[in-house]
Design a binder for this molecule. Structure first.
Ligand SMILES: *Cc1c(COP(=O)(O)O)cnc(C)c1O
Length: 390
């Protein structure tokens, strides 16, 4: 090249940039690196001995991931948090850090389907037993707890949206020396802070509201330094489901608008759920926001709910006529989505979905996005009238 610069020989392209110099950028840099080098032997040996806390390798510690973990811990009122590559990675690494063969878990009924399948397959093979109880029945939970290692909660539950008295259930767990965990993805830390209700470990699928833009799959667990430390040192490093720096950066971006998004989801969903409940074609709406009072500890309600049509409504026509509500799994993003119950029930791998998850064939699950309440209601009304016509 005329200026003498050879991109293949100039070391300045290869040597690390000063990562502490972020140019006073309003958005943090993505520290997209697998490893971190040491100034000298002494620094390396101090890091290995744990005398100096600094990143060594991104599976262990990465500054962008750490920033997300600290933000989430703060929102949940927890001492610490740990990020994962998915919500399921968060669930499996948490559970496997506290149980061993012969142990028993008490779980509430109608769990998130893949958590239920984890318990029924891998954990079963490891001789870990799971007792399912109705989380609304505190006496049943109390009867199941003696001798258990872990209480696994989800409130509201997936699809049927049963809510539980989380404070009462975590107090029961404490009385029996059982570690309590909860999947808090639905409420998000904006509407429910389980640590303040006495729960030990709070799990999120960050793919849902924390990310909020349907562009990341991630998970996180928050809790005390001691319990998060156990996850960090036991199952986590070896299962290796690390949150990536770029995904952490997307989550940091998403979480800035979490409070206002949650308010918008709540307002729209409440309005739509009420109109559906009053509609002549609808049998039942399963949405905690419709109760006269919210259960203890729940400060608001999000955008995911299900409802059951009366006989004679063609769910296929309803689903296909919707324009703003797209057929699609997951939820928590800006967009509105529908999952018909009969499609879930047709899944070959899970013939007992109706019992395990409480799914009725005439039910549909909706996620109410941020498109605007009246536009979404018009979409639903038009699809219902098409589906009633035969
Ligand atoms: C999606 C979801 C999960 C699993 O999270 P992934 O990020 O998809 O692995 C766990 N719990 C609930 C309630 C969910 O909706």
């Amino acid at each position: 090249m005329s200026n003498g610069f050879d991109p293949f020989e100039d070391a300045s392209l290869i040597v690390a940039h000063d990562e502490s110099n972020a140019y006073d950028a309003v958005v943090p840099p993505i520290v997209q690196t697998s490893l971190f080098t040491f100034i000298d032997y002494d620094e390396m040996v101090a890091s290995y001995r744990g005398e100096k806390v600094r990143p060594i390798y991104t599976r262990g510690l990465n500054p962008t991931v750490r920033m997300f973990e600290e933000m989430l811990a703060k929102l949940e009122g927890a001492e610490d948090a740990i990020g994962f590559a998915s919500g399921m990675s968060a669930i499996s690494s948490t559970v496997l850090s506290f149980v061993q063969p012969g142990d028993r878990i008490v779980a509430v009924r109608h769990l998130y389907p893949d958590a239920f399948r984890l318990f029924g397959t891998l954990l079963k093979r490891m001789r870990i037993e799971v007792t399912y109880v109705d989380g609304r029945d505190e006496e049943a939970v109390a009867r199941a707890l003696p001798g258990a290692k872990l209480l696994y909660l989800e409130s509201p539950t997936s699809w049927v949206m049963h809510t539980h008295n989380v404070a009462a259930l975590s107090a029961l767990a404490k009385r029996h020396g059982v570690i309590s965990t909860i999947d808090n993805s639905w409420a998000s830390p904006i509407f429910q802070q389980p640590i303040s209700l006495g729960v030990d470990l709070v799990i999120h699928s960050a793919s849902k509201y924390l990310g909020g833009h349907s562009d990341v799959v991630a998970g996180v667990v928050a809790g005390s330094k001691e319990l998060i430390g156990r996850i960090r040192s036991e199952a986590y490093p070896y299962l290796g489901g690390k949150l990536s720096p770029f995904d952490a950066w997307l989550l940091i971006r998403g979480m800035r608008t979490l409070p206002i998004r949650m308010k918008a989801h709540e307002q729209s969903t409440l309005s739509i759920a009420k109109r559906l409940q009053a509609h002549e074609t609808v049998e039942t709406v399963c949405y905690p926001g419709l109760a006269n009072t919210l259960p203890n500890g729940l400060k608001g309600t999000s955008g995911l709910f299900s409802f059951i049509f009366k006989e004679g409504i063609n769910v296929r026509t309803f689903s296909d006529r919707l324009e703003l509500f797209k057929l699609g799994v997951s939820w928590g993003g800006h967009e509105s989505l529908i999952v018909p119950g009969e499609v879930v029930l047709s899944q070959k791998a899970q013939p007992n979905s109706a019992v395990a998850f409480g799914i009725s064939p005439r039910s549909v699950r909706l996620h109410v996005g941020l498109e605007g309440t009246e536009a979404l209601w018009s979409d639903l009304e038009a699809a219902i009238s098409a589906a009633s016509a035969g």
